[in-house]
Design a protein around this ligand. Structure first.
Ligand code: THU
Length: 135
């Protein structure tokens, strides 16, 4: 369960991260914030590129930042966008690598939580490391 203060901080961090989006091609700004097991926050924003397919979503930036700093225990995620959209399929699978159930707050540009979903509901029958044959 998220405490109200944790929830507030998570939403604020996702909104602030959205301000740092680099999206000169789509003009679609997204911010993400991960709440880690130790209570700290790691943020991400989408980073696009003139070679369009190289652009990366806010959620995957946040995951890469956290994991590359040795932090893999995620408690919750907030994603801020204009209308509070849900993570794309690639981001869902990337998140699934580190969490089966993960509360995700979908936040609009005004900071309203328009929906709260669990990762498992966004990615049912998911594939994970547990499905790979052990060597
Ligand atoms: N984008 C994200 O960063 N996260 C999402 O959940 C949806 C899409 C980005 C990718 C691209 O830079 C822009 O939004 C438009 O698709």
């Amino acid at each position: 369960m998220l405490r109200p203060d944790e929830r507030e901080a998570l939403v604020a961090a996702a909104l602030a991260a959205r301000e740092r989006a680099y999206a000169p091609y789509s003009h679609y700004h997204v911010g993400a914030a991960l709440l880690l097991a130790d209570g700290t926050l790691v943020t991400g924003a989408n980073v696009e590129n003139a070679v369009y397919p190289l652009g990366i979503c806010a959620e995957r930036v946040a995951v890469a930042k956290a994991v590359s700093e040795g932090r893999r225990e995620f408690r919750a995620l907030a994603v801020a966008s204009e209308t509070g959209v849900a993570p794309c399929g690639a981001c869902r699978q990337t998140l699934r690598e580190f969490a089966e159930h993960l509360p995700i707050l979908l936040v609009d540009a005004q900071g309203r939580v328009v929906r709260e979903v669990d990762l498992a509901d966004l990615l049912p029958y998911s594939f994970s490391a547990a499905d790979l044959p052990s060597t």
